[in-house]
Write a protein that binds this ligand. Structure first.
Ligand SMILES: Nc1nc2c(ncn2[C@@H]2O[C@H](COP(=O)(O)OP(=O)(O)OP(=O)(O)O)[C@@H](O)[C@H]2O)c(=O)[nH]1
Ligand SMILES: [Mg+2]
Length: 300
């Protein structure tokens, strides 16, 4: 007898830094979305495909919802909000907070209107006492009717399987959207530029990374190698100096760390050449945002 396939879209929503990208990577078992301890790491929506047996779920990781301070921020927030239109179910991620802050108040008022099942996911349970998790569930459950509640840790993997089992209930019958082998719809170039940006986020002080964009100037494959030239764009010449570092030590560190991940991703030896350029106020320039690929999906 033929088994019917089921497939659907799952959006991952929450304020910055709650662990959205980490959870998505954990589910598919590969690092597609970059992560860091700094808020506003993810800038565009990123889809990955999880296929098991006759069920396929397309996860969409979104930029953390926050009060936008520039055009880049606005495009990040609207990209996250648009994701609902194409989802069958939504995962709302929050940490086991003892109170509900302004950012979550805003997200909750948006979620009350979306008209699709919303699952409350309490993240980072490895960091807190169980009692705190229960209290957070009680607090957040008073805010709206969640279809389900799952506390989990993407770090140690606890309860991630439970989340996948719970999610299956909300995935409608239908043909697969992607070949079962597919992991993501992100082009390799995009993932490579994000890997470089992640290393900038992780190697540089707090202030600089938010003003950084990474552009791949060229990427050429030979049989055994991949040759990549990329530019790190920053907003000030003083930042440029810090990114390069004393005796070019910082940029070397960023390049070495990025190369390791790029080689893992592409399964090839990589030669990576990095350049640093200054473009003042690019985060508020419609032209440059478009150029760097941030406004692409505005009319989707
Ligand atoms: N202890 C612990 N830390 C976690 C867990 N999940 C994520 N983190 C950490 O939390 C930080 C933020 O994780 P991200 O996945 O980048 O968060 P995000 O929600 O995608 O953030 P934005 O893209 O900025 O909205 C990183 O330092 C992660 O390592 C977890 O389950 N446990
Ligand atoms: Mg993220």
């Amino acid at each position: 007898m033929e088994t019917k396939t089921r497939s659907g879209f799952v959006s991952i929503i929450g304020r910055p830094n709650v662990g959205k990208s980490t959870l998505m990577n954990k589910i598919i078992g590969q690092k597609i979305a970059i992560t860091s301890s700094k808020p506003q790491t993810t800038r565009t929506k990123i889809s990955t495909v999880y296929t098991k047996g006759n069920v396929q779920m397309v996860f969409t990781d979104t930029p953390g919802l926050h009060k936008a301070k520039n055009k880049l921020g606005e495009s990040m927030v609207s990209s996250a909000k648009r994701t609902f239109n194409e989802s069958d179910v939504c995962l709302y991620l929050t940490e086991a907070d003892p109170f509900i802050g302004e950012q979550d108040e805003n997200i909750l008022s948006l979620l009350r209107t979306v008209g699709i099942p919303v699952i409350l996911v309490i993240t980072k349970t490895d960091k807190v006492e169980k009692e705190k998790v229960f209290k957070a569930i009680e607090l957040f459950s008073k805010q709206m009717d969640f279809a389900d509640v799952v506390p989990l840790s993407a770090k140690n993997g606890k309860n991630v399987d439970t989340l996948l089992e719970v999610l299956e209930k909300y995935i409608p019958e239908g043909p697969f959207y992607y070949d079962p082998e597919t992991l993501t719809d992100q082009p390799e170039r995009q993932i490579v530029s994000e890997i470089i940006r992640e290393k900038c986020l992780r190697c540089l002080g707090d202030e600089i990374p938010h003003g950084i964009a990474v552009v791949i100037d060229s990427m050429n494959f030979t049989k055994a190698n991949v040759e990549i030239e990329a530019s790190i764009i920053c907003e000030r010449d003083t930042h440029k100096g810090m990114i390069i570092g004393k005796g070019a030590s910082k940029i070397k560190e960023i390049g070495t760390k990025a190369r390791v991940d790029i080689e893992k991703l592409l399964d090839k030896k990589a030669n990576l050449k990095l350049f640093v350029k200054t473009k003042e106020n690019w985060r508020d320039s419609e032209y440059l945002l478009k150029n760097f690929g941030f406004l692409e999906d505005k009319n989707e």
